[in-house]
Ligand binder design. Structure first.
Ligand SMILES: Cc1ncc(COP(=O)(O)O)c(C=O)c1O
Length: 481
């Protein structure tokens, strides 16, 4: 082989759609062009890094022309048959799978906010979706965690059998849902992995996924798009307590619909679905032969003596419902990353296979903590729920005292969802205003989909002192508007 043929030269260049705009090492280019000239027709490897295919072709043509002293572009056919061999590369960005482009950068948005928050020393955070940080976990949970660590945590495929049994018992006792713990329950890495597995198990290209908005769309939308599906929003209305209206759901059903997704209580609105409405949604699912995803992760946080109803418990629904739940919100165990799925055996079995290639196992310490939470004393949960209810009442009452703010009393979750439309600012502008002028951080309603415009999500899972101080600051900031 000719000496030149073994030479691999790397040119780093960037190319735009209109052409090559920057050559990092111009001397190197001249060396290469001379080498091409001498080596013709011996194969020669030119490794160039371009941003896209157009850049790659431009490079090939330009080098081939230069090698022959030609000024006119060379035809691609001639280039293929007579030219030294080119090995050009697109950038790493161009090599990534198309589907990954659909992933919404939720954390970058959060990071931008982090940037805005920097330097605000006495910031009050009412954006969190976790229990109050100052609340300690009960000893029966921390003790078991230490014991598992001492024994060395192990792999636990599909979940600890004892935890799956505890979940099946809880589903029967509290939700009226009868499942076999071996075949119909899968422990997941938080509710998030449960959502991911459910979507990738059911969504094919072109399938439509119907869900309420504003809602917890962030966790769903990117996955639906990556799976090739389409998210169909059903606007939920303030006049209806933000509860999903079955009539509106049915209007969105097409021949492509595969899933109806219900989240009750909902994040960010706190809406809790009524049994009658769930029964109508169940009938719609049966009539159109659809699968229902029921996210019940906030089910413990329901107030005013109300109870959350599981759609899987309604007649004929057990074979078409996937229940998504976990211990993050109901037991203050979000950092332990334990969620679960319960549903038809065929779906759970498929998801077990998928999980075995995705995350392989679920955190052993977290699962023992979840087991202790489910099987242990429940008094600390009922006490916390009572406390949350008091704070909800306080926050909503005080928000409604502010001129221009209208806030419904949410039946569940840990969020109030005040309407701020009268201020004539977007949710994002309002959020920024409160950050800058009140040093209080809340989420804009639009973080939960387009129909969240004109609302804020304000968490009441903070201490009474924090809520009181935050409200005073908000009132003062809004008086200057
Ligand atoms: C409705 C809903 N589902 C799922 C999750 C995720 O739960 P986990 O922390 O268990 O992954 C959240 C978190 O905020 C949520 O609001």
């Amino acid at each position: 082989m000719h000496a030149h043929a073994r030479t691999i030269v790397r040119i780093i260049c960037t190319a735009t759609k209109t052409g090559i705009n920057k050559i990092v090492d111009i001397c190197m280019l001249e060396v290469i062009l001379a080498a091409i000239h001498h080596s013709d027709p011996t194969p020669f490897l030119l490794v160039a890094q371009t941003a896209n295919m157009q850049g790659k072709r431009l490079w090939e043509n330009r080098c081939a022309r230069a090698a022959r002293g030609l000024t006119e572009p060379i035809s691609r056919k001639y280039l293929r048959t007579h030219n030294p061999m080119f090995l050009t590369m697109t950038t790493i960005k161009e090599k990534m799978a198309e589907r990954t482009k659909f992933v919404d950068n939720w954390f970058e948005r959060e990071a931008q906010l982090e940037g805005m928050k920097k330097g605000i020393a006495d910031l009050l955070n009412l954006a969190r979706c976790t229990w109050p940080p100052e609340r300690a976990l009960p000893e029966h949970i921390t003790k078991i965690c230490k014991e598992v660590i001492d024994k060395k945590p192990d792999y636990r495929f599909f979940g600890l059998p004892e935890l799956r049994r505890a979940i099946a018992e809880k589903l029967e006792r509290e939700n009226g849902v009868d499942v076999d713990s071996e075949k119909q329950v899968l422990i997941t890495n938080g509710g998030m992995e449960a959502i991911y597995l459910a979507i990738f198990t059911f969504i094919n290209h072109g399938d439509e996924f119907v869900m309420g908005n504003p809602g917890y769309v962030n966790a769903y939308e990117s996955n639906i798009l990556m799976a090739g599906g389409r998210l169909v929003h059903v606007p939920v209305k303030e006049e209806r307590n933000f509860e999903l209206d079955p009539t509106d759901v049915e209007k969105k059903i097409t021949s492509h619909t595969k899933i109806i997704s219900v989240t009750s209580p909902e994040n960010p609105t706190g809406a809790v679905m009524k049994k009658n409405d769930l029964a109508v949604i169940a009938e719609i699912a049966k009539k159109h032969d659809l699968v229902v995803f029921s996210n019940e992760i906030y089910e413990k946080l329901v107030y005013g003596g109300k109870r959350n109803v599981s759609i899987a418990s309604l007649p004929g629904m057990e074979d078409r419902t996937l229940t998504i739940n976990g211990v993050s919100k109901g037991y203050d165990l979000h950092g332990f990353r334990v969620g679960y799925l319960a549903g038809p055996e065929a779906a759970i079995s498929r998801m077990k296979n998928m999980q075995s290639h995705l995350s392989c196992s679920i955190n052993d310490v977290g699962q023992h903590a979840a087991l202790a939470a489910l099987r242990g004393p429940q008094g600390w949960i009922t006490d916390a729920v009572k406390e949350f209810e008091g704070r909800r009442n306080f926050l909503v009452k005080e928000l409604n005292r502010i001129d221009g703010v209208k806030c419904l009393m949410p039946d569940g979750s840990m969020f109030a969802f005040p309407n701020i439309k009268e201020f004539g600012m977007s949710s994002f502008e309002f959020m920024k205003y409160l950050l800058e002028k009140a040093r209080v951080w809340v989420h804009p309603g639009t973080l939960f989909g387009p129909y969240g415009e004109g609302y804020l999500r304000v968490s009441f899972s903070r201490s009474q002192e924090v809520l009181t101080e935050a409200l005073e600051r908000i009132k003062a900031a809004l008086e200057n508007l």
